[in-house]
Design a binder for this molecule. Structure first.
Ligand code: ATP
Length: 341
């Protein structure tokens, strides 16, 4: 039984519970789903996670309805295959992927997942975070997947599409990630769909100014992208030999370009101020995949409420397998792997 108010009391608790349940074959009952949120219960994105997880492992899911605050999930065996799920709103496709990826990546056959919804959402990883930051680290532990962005999807129209190819499981490798290594480069990108070009120019200029990046040192790209509705995002990224970070600002009607850029600047500044290789969001997204694989150890810039929620949830399934300790460089995190559990 999982109290949905644990830790940060958000949707990620549900997605991770689904991932752990599918991977271990252990059912769960979750109460007070998204208790800490303004509109608690299952929103479209969370409901798609539940339905998708149920389809992938032939589960029964009692309480799988919009607004539901309780769910009883009884998984069956996870099946590799080609799946397509449509969130039916601009809900974040990257978040649905979080729920499905760990269990499908443990199978001896490959899978393909097509997801329809938002690809650049507030408070969620943008597609480029998955391809440039998360998947390269997961590849190091033996979880091999690629993500192709077919069409961008923005709030409120959605309709974006991603295709994720998940390779058959390879032997798991323990992660050891304490150093960034040499700096390889940085970039700034503005994505525009039905939004004037000068918005992109202002965003790029504001990111450069905010991070002290010169035109000569940091290349910029302003891209008109295909989408069924208007939208805008600005992405700032930095890459090192062993790690990287990508932050974003998401445009909204009436929100000045400089404010959108400031959001991307804030996130990247936090990362650049530290020396730890794993940024705040990567940290919470690594814990479940690592625990389900061979485990590992890494240094992260911060231990967020999202990460703490993952630790508490992992505790319910496996005991004390994720252990953060404060260090000079940030937080050192050790995760025991339970592959085969
Ligand atoms: P709610 O809490 O309203 O249910 P939710 O389902 O969208 O919302 P959260 O529980 O807040 O989800 O989890 C959001 C997830 O998205 C976390 O894994 C977090 O690390 C990740 N995330 C949020 N913003 C970013 C970002 N800018 N870059 C990368 N990852 C992000």
């Amino acid at each position: 039984v999982i109290d949905g108010a644990l830790g940060h009391g958000g949707g990620q608790l549900l997605r991770s519970a689904l991932a752990l349940s599918m991977a271990t074959g252990r059912g769960f009952e979750m109460t007070a789903i998204r208790a800490a949120r303004k509109k608690p219960g299952l929103m479209r994105q969370h409901l798609t996670c539940v339905r998708a997880a149920a389809a992938v492992c032939g589960a029964t899911a009692l309480g799988a309805a919009l607004g539901s605050t309780t769910l009883t999930f009884s998984p069956g065996p996870v099946m590799a295959g080609a799946y397509r799920f449509d969130i039916g709103s601009a809900g974040g496709t990257m978040l649905v992927l979080q729920a499905l990826l760990p269990a499908l990546a443990r199978l001896e056959a490959p899978s393909t997942i097509t997801l329809i919804g938002g690809t650049h959402n507030p408070l969620a990883p943008p597609a480029e975070f998955i391809t440039d930051v998360l998947l390269p680290v997961l590849a190091r532990i033996g979880l091999r997947a690629t993500l192709r962005l077919v069409r961008h999807g923005f709030v409120p129209a959605g309709g974006g599409e991603i295709v994720v190819e998940i390779a058959a499981a390879a032997p798991w490798q323990r992660l050891v990630l304490h150093e960034r290594g040499a700096r390889r480069g940085a970039s700034v990108r503005a994505l525009l769909a039905g939004v004037p070009y000068d918005v992109g120019q202002r965003e790029v200029a504001a990111v450069r100014a905010g991070l002290g990046w010169s035109e000569a040192d940091v290349p910029a790209q302003i891209a008109q992208v295909e989408s069924i509705g208007p939208g805008n995002a600005v992405l700032a990224s930095v890459t090192y030999e062993h790690a990287g970070e990508l932050t974003c600002g998401i445009g909204e009607r009436g929100r000045p370009a400089e404010q959108v850029a400031a959001e991307a600047v804030r996130g990247l500044r936090d990362y650049l101020r530290c020396t730890a290789p794993v940024g705040e969001h990567l940290c919470d997204q690594l814990l479940v995949p690592l625990a389900l694989a061979a485990g590992g150890e890494f240094t992260t810039t911060t231990w967020s409420p999202h990460a703490e929620a993952q630790r508490l949830l992992l505790g319910l399934f496996f005991g004390d397998v994720a252990r953060p300790t404060r260090t000079e460089a940030g937080w050192r995190v050790e995760v025991d792997g339970v592959a085969g559990a």
